[in-house]
Design a protein. Structure first.
Length: 322
């Protein structure tokens, strides 16, 4: 118990320092800020969710005592809560019925059905929605107040030391204000997903991962997710604060389907001899240009509608070259 408590406090201290490093204003602090959930996720996967909860509560309390209640709440919502809950879900399993063993055989340990990766993706989308919406609502309760606060903040940053802003700069700021909620949701989705994947790899390499590595190529979202996405897209045209919240929900679910599309791509390219080249090229193009991610979204939605992976797995394997 002492060892677990030591690991929990060390992980909480590491996450708190990475989170608070943003105050320094250094460029590297932005990377540390986004990786702040990683120590708590590693602790949750390797030493249990209770250890991650202890570390998160301790870190949030210290940050609150040093910098005030807003930092405590921000750390708890953006770092501690996702790190604990996602680690808990990743280790959540239930026994499944197994084939009857022979009478002489020793009783085997029960096989476990682990919490689906697709549902974990939906929880990540929920956390992205929570953090982005919470940040927006701290600026105001209506569209005019929120956009006005964002616009003033961006103008203050971009015109620091230059005085008045030009007309071109104001138009650029208006564009940034429009895409700010969408960009914040995308960043939250990607950073939480990458942190959980890295935490799993770290604990697997260290031998402390208490579950088998999931088959990420089989990741699927629940069928009702597509219905929720359609409803969110429709609400984007309502206007007002509802439209902004609907844009955040739409963005989170779109990124979730993009990740599923990547899983589909990994499945459909299994028979290619130069598979590594195609996958590396695809990831490079997405990272460099950004917009090809919509092709992965379309692939994920097409798989949900037409079962592309099931059709592919039903095909016979290719004949070996003579």
């Amino acid at each position: 118990m002492i060892a677990i408590l030591t690991v929990a406090l060390a992980a909480g201290a590491a996450s708190a320092l990475m989170f608070a490093s943003l105050i320094s204003g250094a460029l590297i602090s932005l990377l540390l800020f986004y990786l702040a959930p990683l120590p708590l996720m590693v602790t949750a996967l390797g030493w249990g969710p209770l250890a991650a909860a202890i570390g998160g509560i301790a870190a949030a309390s210290v940050l609150g005592a040093m910098f005030g209640l807003p930092y405590c709440i921000a750390f708890a919502v953006m770092v501690a809560l996702p790190g604990w809950w996602l680690g808990h879900l990743a280790l959540l399993g239930r026994p499944i019925a197994d084939a009857p063993a022979e009478a002489t055989a020793e009783p085997a340990p029960p096989q476990l059905e682990w919490y689906p990766v697709g549902r974990i993706l939906l929880w990540i989308a929920a956390f992205a929605l929570l953090t982005t919406t919470g940040t927006l609502l701290t600026l105001g309760a209506d569209v005019e107040t929120i956009t006005g606060a964002l616009r003033r903040g961006l103008l203050r940053v971009l015109t620091a030391g230059d005085g008045a802003a030009g007309r071109d700069l104001e138009r650029l700021v208006d564009i940034f204000v429009f895409i700010a909620p969408i960009a914040a949701t995308v960043v939250a989705m990607i950073t939480l997903t990458v942190n959980l994947w890295l935490a799993g790899k770290v604990t697997q390499t260290s031998g402390r991962l208490h579950r088998p590595w999931p088959d990420l190529r089989s990741t699927t979202l629940p069928p009702m997710t597509l219905v929720a996405l359609s409803a969110a897209v429709g609400l984007c045209f309502v206007g007002g604060i509802i439209a902004i919240l609907a844009q955040v929900v739409t963005t989170a679910l779109v990124i979730a389907y993009a990740l599923v599309g990547l899983a589909v791509l990994h499945t459909l390219t299994l028979s290619l001899s130069n598979r590594g080249f195609w996958l590396a090229g695809t990831y490079t193009i997405i990272v460099v240009f950004g917009w090809p991610i919509f092709a992965m979204v379309a692939l994920g939605v097409a798989d949900a509608l037409f079962g592309l992976r099931q059709r592919y797995r039903g095909r016979p394997p290719p004949l070996p070259a003579s």
